[in-house]
Design a binder for this molecule. Structure first.
Ligand code: PLP
Length: 425
């Protein structure tokens, strides 16, 4: 299904994909009329399914009024309303909403706000942001410095300031029990050790995905991990930033994945499912106590031209309404359980599936050569490419990532839209 074509358009490589014609619900059609199940909601974006008529109608209404109002010239009603709605969904105290157009922009905004806050409160020596390995936080240079995945980062390292990393809590690889708090504390305490090694007075923030996305393949933290992380951040005055670019928006069964773990962040970023692919939109949501000193000190030295675009915000509002009225987070929890149990049935039949994990409809499975040792598949098998192509040929889109280098350690995200029915599973 991968075609080689001469084109003026380019993305990562020369590989080209079928040309998309239209999409509706969980299905997409190419220009040759072939139908695909959108088994990954694009890149975990189209959470409420494609071509939702109520969202399209809300966008059409907004388009007739205005499609752009520069934020330094005008407030717009959709942006004001979406900010208020978002603040209501966010954890207690996170009331200040800053709009952006995507996940990398949201991460950049969060670390720059954190930095300006530290300067504003007289802690200018704090500038290091610790994150995890593996992780993905975006492709712009600031977000890339926080991304823990060497193949993506290495060529650009001379252009950026490397940031400290701690291992992601992949208990399934380390042979530890994810349901034991001892495991959660074991991994969280690596953060404390790293803060101490760096010098606590130099550490600005810790950035973490509450439920992992592409890099760890829907990694759910072990018991007690997120609470312990919160305690450690508080102990050293380190800000806690949740990257909910992929996990936010209801997919895990709660609007924000962090809600599952009983520990709130100081800053939160969300994108993908926030406007569910109807418009490029993301948000950074920060605690009042962080934003106020920055505004008092002269303002946030940061902003993007398209931020708060009224059309994108109208789409975001309509998506939130759809998630609430159709109770799509609840559906993601129920249908996710069913889908996970079906994946586990597959794993019971095929030992090549080494692990099935995730929460709600943020699910993944990982292929291994040996389930006992979790050894990755030999690269020459090219299992990654073969499975993606097989799925395409059978009308299914899945999202795949190599995490353990080369073609090995392949995991695949199984994340259909939150409107998926049990029959469609
Ligand atoms: N953070 C996480 C957790 C992501 O999954 C992604 C994208 O996959 C990003 C940040 C970057 O988002 P974007 O590609 O919209 O810039």
């Amino acid at each position: 299904m991968t075609t080689q074509a001469k084109s003026h358009l380019f993305y990562q490589s020369r590989n080209r994909r079928p040309v998309l014609d239209r999409a509706r619900g969980i299905y997409m059609w190419d220009v040759e009329g072939r139908r695909y199940i959108d088994g990954s909601s694009g890149a975990m974006v189209c959470n409420i399914g494609h071509s939702n008529p109520r969202v399209l109608e809300a966008m059409r209404r907004q388009m007739e009024k205005s499609t752009f109002g520069y934020r330094l010239h005008f407030e717009t009603e959709p942006a004001e309303r979406l900010a208020a709605r978002t603040a209501m969904l966010a954890p207690e105290g996170l009331e200040k909403v800053f709009f952006v157009s995507g996940g990398s922009e949201a991460v950049e905004s969060a670390i720059k706000l954190a930095r300006q806050y530290a300067v504003a409160i007289g802690q200018a020596q704090r500038s290091k942001v610790i994150s995890r390995e593996p992780s993905y936080h975006g492709c712009t240079l600031g977000a890339l410095a926080l991304t823990g995945y060497a193949p993506l980062v290495a060529p650009f390292e001379p252009m950026m300031r490397p940031m400290p990393k701690i291992p992601a809590p992949r208990a399934y690889l380390d042979g530890l029990d994810p349901d034991s708090e001892a495991t959660g504390h074991h991994y969280a305490d690596m953060l404390e050790a790293r803060i101490l090694a760096e010098g606590p007075e130099t550490v600005l923030a810790f950035l973490v995905e509450p439920v992992g996305g592409a890099s760890t393949g829907a990694l759910v933290p072990p018991a007690g991990y997120m609470r312990r992380i919160r305690e450690i951040c508080d102990r050293y005055g380190v800000l806690l930033i949740h990257d909910e670019v992929m996990s936010g928006g209801g997919r895990t069964g709660r609007f924000f994945a962090g809600e599952h773990f009983g520990a709130d962040p100081d800053i939160l970023v969300v994108s993908k499912g926030f406007a569910a692919g109807y418009a490029p939109l993301g948000a950074m949501i920060a605690h009042d106590r962080i934003v106020e000193p920055v505004l008092d000190g002269g303002g946030f030295l940061h902003g993007f031209t398209y931020a708060g675009n009224p059309l994108a915000c109208a789409a975001g509002l309509a998506v939130l309404e759809e998630i609430e009225t159709e109770q799509l987070s609840g559906n993601a929890a129920v249908v996710g359980e069913l889908l996970k149990s079906r994946l586990e049935e597959l794993a019971a039949r095929y030992p090549i599936i080494g692990d099935v994990r995730g929460k709600g409809l943020l699910l993944a499975f990982e292929l291994v050569a040996d389930r006992g040792t979790m050894a990755p598949l030999p690269p020459e098998l090219k299992a990654y490419d073969r499975l993606v192509e097989l799925a395409y040929e059978n009308g299914l889109i899945i999202y795949s990532r190599r995490t353990r280098g080369g073609y090995s350690g392949d995991h695949f995200l199984v994340c259909p839209p939150m409107i998926t029915t049990p029959a469609q599973v």
